[in-house]
Design a protein around this ligand. Structure first.
Ligand code: SDX
Length: 392
């Protein structure tokens, strides 16, 4: 073969890594952030507490949480010239592309965020991003809906402020049901980290070249966008809608999903690590019932989703391949009930995943890990003699 025939086990930073942030057990369906069970965090903590836990390793004291919140609020302004970049996008632009570009553009207005040699510089870059990211995400949605931009309010909590920036109406006082904020908070917690998934590995490997936090997160947003990853939550709702429009015939779509000649996949099903139920999917499914009940919403696609799940759990094709609902299968039903447009679903995933990406980037930088350099097993041609054009 002329090259590596097996990967050298001693080769450093081949893309796998040691990490102390999130523990997964795919067989048992266990997920813990810094040792705390996701079930406890989703029920008992709020998103900013979980963000602090992931990034700094401990649940914050009341004083630590208050300082974190104050420091973030102090950085929540976004340079007016960033709006000129936003204005450059067509209304048809996908919000994930807008968010990735705007996150990268933030570097130009915060040049000090690139060098993070001191703890203080690193903290400042982290707080700036946690503060400005929700603004950019909300602006991406308002751009799509041709609505005036909302700058948020320092009197609101992190998640409620995000909701206000997304949904406030000109010339109307902002108000929201507490159940909506509770549901949003829980969804963001459930998406906050997931060890070395595609987008997190992207953040770590881009960060390993010392490209800076904002550039690394911008790359992670692009990786998350794909329909096999975070983009699946949008694809799930589009799939459920198609099934509903097609008369709700779930058996037909189950057959398509099993047909090797049909590229159709049951979106929201399957996972590289979980070979049992995704613990997040269990919580989100229960929350979907609660939220729709609290808001008095009947959504036929929830029944279609439950029907697909029931059929798949009794179908040898899915059972043999250990294909269960993942985090993306039910989340879109809640987002839709909250009035979030489907093309914003993956942006919601990114908003939740931001503290996890930051925590993983910080860990990689603080451990002074070398630049990422995955190896390959070469399977191409051996050495060949060059042939001039007139001899080919
Ligand atoms: C996320 O890594 C993470 O942690 C990601 C994530 C996170 O929090 O960061 O959990 C978030 O990305 C969740 C996954 C969202 N994606 C989807 O729901 C898209 C649909 N799912 C599939 O594309 C797939 O299950 C993946 C991508 C999630 C996992 O793919 P794998 O591990 O590479 O599995 P595979 O493609 O090798 O499939 C194994 C078998 C194949 O059949 P055979 O070749 O053995 O006959 O299972 C089949 C696949 O065809 N299969 C499916 C299927 N998923 C796998 N068949 C139908 N429908 C599906 N959804």
């Amino acid at each position: 073969t002329g090259g590596l025939t097996t990967l050298d086990p001693g080769y450093k930073n081949t893309g796998s890594c040691e990490s102390a942030i999130t523990f997964l057990d795919g067989e048992k369906g266990i997920l813990r952030y810094r040792g705390y069970a996701i079930e406890d965090l989703a029920e008992k903590a709020d998103f900013l507490e979980v963000a602090y836990l992931l990034i700094f390793g401990e649940l914050p004291t009341p004083e630590q949480l208050e300082k974190f919140d104050t420091d973030i609020k102090a950085e929540s302004h976004v340079d007016e010239d960033m709006k000129k970049i936003l204005d450059g996008f067509p209304k048809s632009a996908h919000p994930m592309g807008v968010l990735s570009s705007m996150t990268s553009a933030l570097i130009a207005f915060n040049p000090g965020s690139v060098n993070v040699d001191s703890e203080e510089e690193m903290y400042n870059a982290i707080v700036k991003l946690l503060a400005k990211f929700p603004v950019l995400a909300a602006w991406a949605m308002r751009k799509k809906k041709s609505q005036p931009l909302d700058y948020g309010s320092k009197s609101l909590g992190y998640v409620e402020n995000l909701h206000k920036m997304m949904f406030s109406k000109a010339n109307e006082d902002y108000s929201v049901q507490k159940e909506v904020i509770q549901a949003l908070d829980k969804l963001l917690i459930l998406h906050a980290d997931h060890e070395q998934n595609c987008s997190t590995s992207t953040v770590r490997i881009v960060g390993s070249s010392h490209a800076g936090l904002f550039a690394s997160i911008s790359a992670g947003i692009s990786a998350l966008w794909g329909p096999l990853h975070g983009g699946a939550n949008q694809a799930v709702i589009e799939m459920l809608e198609a099934i509903k429009e097609d008369g709700g015939d779930t058996k037909k779509y189950m057959a398509k999903a099993k047909d090797k000649n049909d590229p159709f996949r049951l979106m929201g099903f399957g996972h590289r690590v979980y070979k049992n139920f995704d613990p997040r999917a269990k919580i989100i499914k229960k929350s979907a019932d609660e939220v729709l009940g609290q808001l008095g919403i009947e959504d036929p696609v929830l029944d279609i989703a439950k029907g697909l799940e029931k059929e798949a759990l009794n179908d040898p094709y899915f059972v043999d391949r250990k294909l269960y609902p993942n985090v993306d299968f039910y989340s879109g039903i809640i987002y839709r009930a909250l009035g979030i447009p489907v093309e914003m679903f993956t942006v919601m995933f990114a908003l939740g995943r931001l503290p996890g990406w930051i925590a993983q980037w910080k860990e990689m930088r603080q451990r002074k890990e070398p630049i990422g350099r995955p190896r390959q097993v070469y399977i191409g041609e051996n050495h060949r003699e060059f042939k001039s054009l007139n001899k080919r």
